[in-house]
Design a protein around this ligand. Structure first.
Ligand code: G3P
Ligand code: MG
Length: 245
């Protein structure tokens, strides 16, 4: 099993401001062994943890990540929009995130979120931060909707496993997974055909779905062989599933 059955999506976005250090602390405090997060790039090349390429939805500020540098993070609040108690939370750098995960004993699905113009830069910057962390912490697992990013990462840091992330599946998923050396498929729970779970497992791939906040639906997909799920609300599920299998 490459990850836990229940993985805190963006740290547990129902309970905490997504993709903040407070979120990942909350996940660890609630027994999660694995979290999922999104890596994006600032204009100065710093990899940071945020889902959108703009600030509006998850901070008190506006504008594009492409127009920011590291020093700008000090003035941007990423917690107060969610609840006053989280005021002062910042957009974490990837370095801060890896350090916290190491301290808390968290494994992390590092989802690469390049824009159309920075796939190579995002992969290289991410790889450098992981190398600087000198293999402290983990386990880590990369995923991305941008399969070119996984291809580049497979060459750059081949020892970190990769999961193939899809919205709609494509016919050539077997070939794609083999070419990338992927260990898992990460699929939209609303689009998944349960039969695909068995087909993927027959190929030696684990199957995870996003973003599932429904315990009954989870039961039926686990019965079909699902490996695990990304959820905004880990507390909906058996605590043993947060800790592992
Ligand atoms: O990695 C699973 C899931 O997070 C993918 O979609 O948009 O929430 O990053 P999104
Ligand atoms: Mg994500």
């Amino acid at each position: 099993m490459v990850m836990a059955k229940v993985i805190a999506h963006r740290g547990g976005a129902s309970w905490v401001p997504e993709n903040t250090l407070a979120a990942f602390r909350w996940a660890a405090e609630h027994g999660c062994r694995w979290v999922e997060l999104d890596i994006s790039l600032l204009g100065d090349g710093t990899p940071v943890i945020i889902h959108d390429q703009t600030l509006e939805r998850t901070t008190d500020s506006q504008g594009a990540l492409a127009d920011l540098c590291l020093a700008d993070l000090e003035r941007i609040d990423a917690g107060a929009w969610f609840a006053p108690a989280f005021a002062g939370e910042r957009i974490p750098t990837l370095g801060q995130l890896l350090q916290l995960c190491a301290e808390l004993g968290l494994g992390a699905n590092l989802e690469l979120k390049p824009d159309a113009n920075n796939v190579e830069a995002l992969v290289e910057a991410t790889a450098q931060v992981l190398e600087d962390a000198q293999a402290v912490g983990g386990p880590w697992l990369f995923s991305s909707f941008e399969h070119e990013a996984l291809e580049l990462m497979a060459k750059r840091l081949p020892s970190i496993p990769r999961g193939l992330l899809y919205e709609g599946i494509e016919d050539r998923w077997r070939d794609k997974a083999a070419a990338l050396g992927a260990v898992s498929l990460h699929l939209d729970q609303e689009l998944i055909d349960p039969a695909l779970i068995g087909q993927a497992k027959a190929e030696g791939l684990e199957v995870f779905v996003y973003t599932l906040n429904d315990a009954a639906r989870a039961q039926s997909l686990f019965a079909a062989g699902l490996s695990g799920l990304f959820t905004d609300d880990p507390l909906l599920f058996d605590p043993a599933w947060r800790a592992g299998s």
